[in-house]
Design a binder for this molecule. Sequence first.
Ligand SMILES: *Cc1c(COP(=O)(O)O)cnc(C)c1O
Length: 360
Amino acid sequence: MNFNDLTIQQSEILNDLKLRIDKVLDHGRYIMGPEVGELESILSDFVGSKNCITVSSGTEALLISLMGLGIRSGDEVITTPFTFVSTAEVIALLGAKPVFVDIEDDTCNINVGKIKEKINSRTKAIMPVSLFGQVSDMNEINTIAKEHNLYVIEDAAQSFGATYEKVRSCNLSDVGCTSFFPSKPLGCYGDGGAIFTNDDEIADKFRHLRIHGQNKKYSYNSIGVGGRMDTLQCAILLAKFPRFIEEITNRQKNAQIYNELFDKAGIKRIKVRENRKSVHAQYTIFLENRNKVIENLETEKIPYAIYYPKPLNSHEPYQKFCCSDCTPISNILSKQVLSLPFGPDINQFDIEKVVKAVLK
Ligand SMILES: *Cc1c(COP(=O)(O)O)cnc(C)c1O
């Protein structure tokens, strides 16, 4: 059993993949070839956003977003410590301060009720993370942001395809950033990412920063980055996209099978709120005796993962931003979370086998 099996997907779309790759080999435009624009147009339609800007990774999407919105040294950006390092890394890289707000104990997303107390005159943006495939309470976050004149940037690296009151993740705030890392819900065969926004002016800034702040060939009017997504990776996503909608449905069906089995056994799992649909980037449960369960999973050769073993403010470079006592729920849950084998193509037999091994 694989933790995240992509082999069935690949075998089903292999012809299209090869055709798409061959086409790029033929035209040879490996950077900013026609597939880049084609993908951006398909993805912006899917998300419902006016602009899609593909970039070289999810991390780069977050970085370019903050740069484009003018976040700089001395600013503060409110986010969660229970996330992949990129979220806070890009804030700190720009000399700004990541301000960590603790999480909810049933979704592991930012606790929106605790945001207001962290806002001050230096606060410029809120960056919620749509963890494990489920978006945060975006209506509440947008309301708070509007009251205090802040930007909202969704870190949607794990939630591409998810919805909140029928609106897609990445189209729920000023800016949405996603990742196409191979194991994400929509993954390419390397690094890739995208930024979405309905603001044309901001979108132009992002496009501009993506190519070193260049306005004309070898002429620069701002300091940017080398942040393009390459043509081959775009071609791969074009081959993968037609199956993606069905994969979202299958992810939700498979999560439901796990849910019913774990609910019956009284095991706590991530809750999905009623006004949201998750894409279940991970299937995650909570265990007070996690070490014991892991021992048995290893004996039975069932793969697992821990997202995340420590909140970011417990890691040395991030300790200066926030004391670890300030995020008690993140501290407790990081010792309890366990992510199990999952994906659109996992079968019921394997799900039952995993559940049995956990319960044993
Ligand atoms: C994967 C991930 C990222 C970074 O994406 P890359 O494409 O690997 O750079 C950022 N934030 C979160 C929450 C992620 O899960």
